[in-house]
Design a protein around this ligand. Structure first.
Ligand SMILES: *Cc1c(COP(=O)(O)O)cnc(C)c1O
Length: 382
């Protein structure tokens, strides 16, 4: 048995990144300023995006998006229930109605086929989620959204560095990234809003900082800009330079991180191939580069003769951490009670909600750790 605890996720932060943060701390300017601007440019170049706005979280980005699109009472927003709660919370808080699309049983992603029947004349926005680092099949969705005149915005919280048909997520359309500590790159808390719509980028840039047309640190005058005026009431979701310095270092290492994640994931897939109680997610058949944000398996509870919760507890006793991504949003107390969706309404989502389990996957893990996780899984199931 392992003598040290293996968490399911852990950020990889190097000494040069710590030094870069220390430099900002010593510089006299610690909130949004030159580092945040540099990070926006670097992320934009990495994704080959047309516009990018650095934010304090992806959740903040989603809030700004709903405000910018004027989504409110009477509007419907289609998104999966197999996602993090933040998107659905914000739809609710905006006074709009979340409409859940079921996901593919084995990729946990929505498709044009599952979304189209849910479109009504009230539908204003579709938010697909690139799940676990794989890309949603965007082409049919883009066509559908265009044809129906509905906004399409990608939840790219799992997709930093992922590609769809040879293009980075963030290159086309609108995508919101997260830099929370469990994501593929982190800066403590942070997010990035990418879009090829220049008007939307301008609006987000304004709304993210009090509705002023500029940051407190004016890029042209290289100092405070006391003359800035409120152009419309805005929020406060700017990314600090402390965080941006770390994000810049992480972005430089992102490809290396994702290659390591892929190596570990392939080892898992190889070793789990003969463990019939444990079913990894499927990899999409269209051309993608997988960012391997998570290694999600489903426990075949019938075959294993144990619940997913018991399975996780037994692994924890043996010093192996796991996570759940995700408990379906419509199964969370508030949404259970307010939406009262009948059992089976989202069959694939519900089946997975009871069975998903994320195994340890992070860049500083060794292949040996994967071997130990799989050996321990076999022991628990035996
Ligand atoms: C992490 C996550 C978010 C929220 O990101 P934050 O930066 O923590 O606000 C949104 N959607 C999904 C699918 C996520 O996993």
């Amino acid at each position: 048995m392992r003598t040290t605890f293996l968490p399911f996720s852990k950020p990889s932060i190097s000494e040069p990144e710590i030094e870069a943060v220390a430099e900002v701390l010593r510089s006299g300017w610690i909130t949004t300023g030159p580092k945040a601007a540099e990070f926006e440019e670097a992320f934009k170049a990495y994704c080959n995006a047309e516009g990018a706005v650095a934010l304090s979280s992806a959740t903040g980005g989603m809030h700004l998006l709903l405000a910018a699109l004027g989504i409110g009472p009477g509007d419907e927003v289609i998104t999966p229930s197999m996602t993090w709660v933040s998107t659905v919370n914000l739809i609710k808080l905006a006074g709009a109605t979340p409409v859940f699309a079921d996901v593919d049983r084995d990729t946990l992603m929505v498709s044009a086929k599952t979304i189209e029947p849910l479109i009504t004349e009230r539908t204003r926005l579709i938010i697909p989620v690139h799940f676990a680092g794989a890309a949603v099949d965007m082409e049919p969705l883009r066509r559908l959204a265009l044809e129906k005149g509905i906004h399409l915005v990608e939840d790219a919280a799992h997709a930093a560095g992922a590609e769809y048909r040879g293009e980075k997520i963030g290159r086309r359309g609108t995508a919101i990234f997260s830099f929370h500590p469990i994501k593929n790159m982190t800066c403590g808390e942070g997010g990035m809003f990418c879009s090829d719509d220049p008007e939307l980028i301008e609006r987000i840039r304004r709304l993210k900082f009090h509705g002023l047309g500029m940051d407190a640190y004016d890029r042209n005058s290289q100092g405070r800009s006391p003359q800035a005026e409120v152009l419309e009431p805005g929020f406060k979701y700017n990314l600090t330079d402390i965080a941006a310095a770390l994000a810049l270092g992480q972005l430089r290492r992102l490809d290396e991180f994702n290659q390591k994640r892929a190596l570990l994931a392939h080892r898992y897939r190889e070793l789990l191939a003969d463990v019939e109680e444990v079913l990894p997610l499927a990899v999409p058949s269209y051309p993608t580069r997988h960012a391997w944000h998570l290694f999600v398996v489903r426990l075949d509870t019938e075959r294993a003769g144990m619940s997913r919760e018991t399975f996780m507890a037994e692994l924890k006793k043996r010093n192996i951490g796991t996570g759940i991504h995700f408990k379906a949003v419509h199964r969370q107390k508030y949404y259970r009670e307010t939406l009262q969706l009948p059992e089976g309404a989202l069959a694939n989502t519900e089946w997975n909600s009871d069975r998903v389990c994320s195994l340890p996957l992070f860049p500083d893990m060794a292949l040996q750790d994967v071997d130990e996780v799989v050996a321990t899984i076999k022991e628990v199931l035996a």
